[in-house]
Design a protein around this ligand. Structure first.
Ligand code: WTA
Length: 655
């Protein structure tokens, strides 16, 4: 166990400009914003020069939204792990890079200094190489929230392999689809993961996935929960044995592979309005600079601070604000294995007190759920160390914002409401903590480099303030999505063809009288359940794969804790009502098998028919109104093939 270097506290009181590009006043924000719009190339070139490069770029930017083509820092060469690790060693080798808090509060925690994390990453990079994994190969990582997950991710980046981290809640079928799509050559996993009172058998899920995925040649297994697993000869190897072998072979250091700025860094699968998740690809340099720039500015990071992002590394928030943002800034990142309510609903606040956390970054769902447990879990915990509170992933309601502000921040800690997406790589719209104004439920202002526009359904740009529309971005920022893996056309279709010349976010948005932005939620067929993106078509496919389901339609409904819940209308063959509860459970189990427990509908209503137009299209608008209990506001049903189905559905509506 290592102590966090005492010298780190010296910056606590006085705020100093950590980087030349740290914005510390409203005027500086306005100036930076203006510069970034007037001369983006000069602006980003200046910022990029603060990083460590093997070769400087030849030109800064090339782009064409018509073909979804964006390249930044063209011709530049670097390795992101040198920026996240090596460059901090001369001055900060003994500074804590990663603190790990285990699921069980009585188990020992772990702190890895920059020196130690660097050594582990290099050694594991050698394990990868020794097993034939090389630059450009796709490696899937399916692990719990343990330090080895961060080590594995960085080791891939060290050798130029493309990582694809899959959230531990996805099923074998989902993993198989992703492995196949990426033609992954290796999987890194654990025997199991701890989540609250449960142990999740990760290796066993991988074994099931690998029945269908044939490209995988190697599975590296880290023994964490020490539960029994099957080990397949010629394919499965133990993490610890491999690491020990590197010691024996003297393969301790590993030079970073020199990568092109535009080489892919990772693939992260995310849901859209079609039935199949897509592999969002980010490239190295632009993503790194965006993750770093937004981390430093939005959270107003000061050296020595401890940053606690509660997301899972299986989602983009974990990639950008547990790993790449904080580590590229030399910060101490805190990684938590467990859940906010285990062993009780005071766990987050205990962690804040225990490590003197400065920046806490979490999701509205977590805030709403902890709010319900009452203030007794917060009372008595010393949280004076907090300097910033962040939220991400879904719109935050005013009540939750106020609770976060009053009960956690004691009205003394700025809240940043950060809007962004898997595709954007990092935060695009947010106030800068304590620098630009916060407004409850508003993400507020675009970061430098971000040019938002609102459009109406027809694509007409809505000028001026006090307007609502669909949120688009009209100019590339360094962290923008580069492609969807293996299918560039899909990237063009999904993001760049709805509105000509614009990147379309899929979100609705209001720009208020003062020009502040408020995200109102998805306008496409994507649900946001507990901050997790789930496509309605994906859930429908899973429902329809059940033998008895003839057809289904899925919509969202407002949910007090999760933000949105999933409401499924299902036409079932025969008589579901004979064994209704069991049929429901069968269907839920089918969804869990097909996608994972996160996609299970909260409500399943059996119906005889669905509201369809004469051309056979399901009128989701009507189903949405029913699910939301807006029965007086259903609108015109006269164009339906059979308007009587609506009455029948209303009668059977589940409260
Ligand atoms: C939603 C998560 C309101 C939005 C980083 C977006 C938000 C989707 C906010 C992306 C916010 C994210 N306020 N809504 N501060 N942040 N969203 O890809 O609908 O998992 O399109 O990325 O989450 O989800 P994703």
């Amino acid at each position: 166990m290592h102590k966090i270097c005492a010298c780190l506290t010296i910056f606590e009181k006085t705020k100093f400009m950590f980087q030349s590009y740290q914005i510390q006043s409203k005027e500086a924000y306005e100036k930076a914003y203006l510069n970034s719009i007037q001369d983006p190339e000069a602006f980003w070139s200046e910022i990029a020069s603060n990083f460590s490069w093997h070769k400087k770029w030849d030109s800064v930017l090339e782009w064409d939204f018509k073909t979804a083509h964006t390249q930044w820092f063209i011709g530049g060469e670097l390795n992101i792990t040198e920026n996240c690790l090596d460059r901090h060693l001369p001055d900060n080798k003994d500074v804590a890079a990663l603190i790990w808090e285990p699921n069980d509060p009585s188990s020992p925690n772990v702190t890895l200094t920059y020196g130690e994390l660097h050594a582990e990453v290099m050694k594991f990079a050698n394990v990868l190489k020794n097993n034939g994994i090389k630059k450009g190969d796709r490696v899937c990582i399916y692990m719990g929230m343990i330090p080895q997950l961060a080590i594995a991710t960085l080791a891939c980046a060290r050798i130029g392999a493309i990582h694809s981290v899959i959230f531990g809640g996805f099923s074998a079928q989902s993993i198989a689809d992703r492995l196949e799509d990426a033609a992954a050559v290796a999987v890194i996993t654990c025997d199991g993961a701890n989540r609250g009172a449960k142990t999740i058998p990760l290796k066993s899920v991988i074994d099931d996935a690998l029945v269908a995925a044939h490209s995988v040649k190697t599975v590296i297994v880290y023994a964490h929960t020490h539960t029994a697993v099957s080990m397949h000869k010629g394919r499965d190897i133990w993490w610890d044995e491999e690491m020990n072998r590197m010691d024996e072979l003297g393969l301790i250091t590993c030079d970073a592979e020199v990568m092109d700025a535009e080489d892919p860094l990772f693939i992260l699968y995310t849901s859209g309005s079609t039935g199949k998740p897509k592999g969002v690809v980010h490239s190295i340099a632009g993503y790194m600079i965006w993750a770093n720039y937004t981390f430093v500015n939005v959270f107003q990071y000061q050296p020595g601070q401890i940053h606690f992002c509660t997301a899972d590394i299986g989602w983009i928030t974990g990639h950008s604000y547990i790993i790449y943002g904080p580590l590229s800034a030399g910060a101490t990142t805190l990684m938590f294995e467990g859940i906010p309510t285990y062993p009780n609903a005071g766990r987050f606040w205990e962690i804040v007190e225990k490590y003197k956390v400065n920046i806490l970054y979490t999701a509205p769902t977590a805030i709403r759920s902890l709010m319900c447990f009452g203030e007794e879990h917060v009372n008595g915990k010393n949280m004076d160390s907090l300097t910033v509170l962040g939220t991400v992933g879904e719109p935050i309601n005013e009540e939750a914002w106020n609770w976060y502000n009053e009960v956690i921040g004691k009205k003394n800690v700025p809240i940043v409401d950060t809007w962004w997406q898997t595709e954007t790589g990092g935060i695009l719209i947010s106030n800068l903590a304590g620098v630009t104004e916060a407004k409850a439920t508003f993400a507020t202002l675009p970061l430098p480099g971000v040019q938002p526009v609102l459009v109406d359904e027809a694509g007409k740009v809505l000028e001026g303030n006090g307007v609502s529309g669909n949120l688009c971005i009209q100019f590339p920022w360094p962290g923008i999505i580069r492609t969807t893996f293996g299918d560039h056309e899909r990237c063009i279709q999904t993001y760049f063809s709805t509105y000509k010349g614009l990147y379309f976010t899929g979100d609705g948005c209001l720009r208020d009288e003062n020009g502040l932005y408020r995200i109102t939620g998805r306008v496409d067929d994507v649900l946001n359940v507990s901050g997790h993106r789930i496509g309605t078509a994906e859930v429908e496919n899973a429902l329809n794969s059940h033998t008895g389901v003839i057809e289904s339609a899925v919509v969202g409904f407002p949910h007090d804790i999760k933000g949105q819940g999933i409401y499924a209308f299902v036409i079932y063959q025969g008589h579901a009502e004979d064994r209704e509860s069991l049929t429901r459970q069968d269907i839920l189990l089918t969804v869990t098998r097909e996608i994972g427990a996160i996609a299970k509908p909260d409500k399943i209503q059996f119906v005889k028919g669905l509201p369809k137009t004469r051309s056979g299209k399901i009128m989701r608008r009507i189903l949405r109104k029913i699910a939301e209990n807006e029965l007086g506001n259903i609108g015109d049903t006269s164009t339906l093939l059979d308007p009587s189905v609506v009455d029948e559905i209303i009668v059977g509506r589940l409260a």
